[in-house]
Design a protein around this ligand. Structure first.
Ligand SMILES: N[C@@H](CCC(=O)N[C@@H](CS)C(=O)NCC(=O)O)C(=O)O
Length: 210
């Protein structure tokens, strides 16, 4: 197996943190996003979506989505469970992961890709015909980010981890999202002390530096 990976992009980092938590090692192939290697024919032949991460299995099949890659490994190595064990845990972790992606991660993507010059006509990640930037979406992304952070802080006021009383894939997703927001200069609102307490705890895990 080969994991097509890139530093310091958030989606590949999500897979690396997951693999570190599970103590799974996979051969890594670095793709240079800065030079646009992911949009060259060589990489598009592997993953036509033109995004990282992508996991190429030994039979050649390619899984081109970070959560799908982690679910693949979870099915192979269920312990420790990061997608939940009991049905209700699985439901909670899925719901929180999807909410963090749709409200927090999407806010960062909108805020970054609709203004930064290097993403002109590439307003979404990956291989698209031509996707113009809409600056109003960047402004909306900023509003979404503030509302999302306040919502997550309220959640973490009553829950140790994002999806309940155990660290899970939802925490991994939220960690890469919060760090992505910082990298694209989206600030945390004043007073989100529960979110900061949680962030200190997830960053202290050795997997955070994977
Ligand atoms: N839903 C996909 C999204 C992958 C994605 O957006 N990857 C970004 C890096 S974080 C990428 O490949 N960007 C390439 C580009 O900027 O065109 C996943 O989770 O794997």
């Amino acid at each position: 197996m080969k994991l097509y990976d890139a530093d310091p992009a958030p989606s590949p980092r999500r897979v690396r943190i997951y693999l570190a938590e599970k103590a799974i090692s996979v051969e890594r192939v670095l793709v240079d996003l800065k030079s646009g290697e992911h949009l060259q024919p060589g990489y598009l032949a592997i993953n036509p979506r033109g995004t990282v991460p992508a996991l190429q299995l030994d039979d050649g099949e390619v899984i081109g989505d970070s959560t799908a890659i982690c679910r693949f490994f979870e099915a192979l190595h269920p312990d420790p469970p990061l997608f939940g064990a009991r049905p209700v845990e699985i439901a909670r972790i899925t719901a929180w992961t999807r909410r963090v992606e749709a409200e927090g991660y999407a806010a960062c993507v909108y805020a970054l890709r609709n203004v930064a010059g290097r993403f002109a006509d590439r307003a979404e990640p990956g291989h698209w015909p031509e996707l113009p930037q809409i600056p109003a979406l960047a402004a909306r992304g900023k509003r979404m980010w503030e509302a999302f952070s306040i919502m997550l802080d309220a959640r973490l006021a009553s829950s140790e981890w994002v999806a309940g009383d155990r660290y899970s894939y939802a925490d991994i997703t939220a960690l890469v999202t919060v760090d992505f927001a910082k990298a694209v200069k989206l600030k945390l609102p004043e007073g989100v002390s529960h979110l900061r307490r949680w962030h200190d705890a997830v960053v202290a895990r050795p997997s955070a530096s994977a």
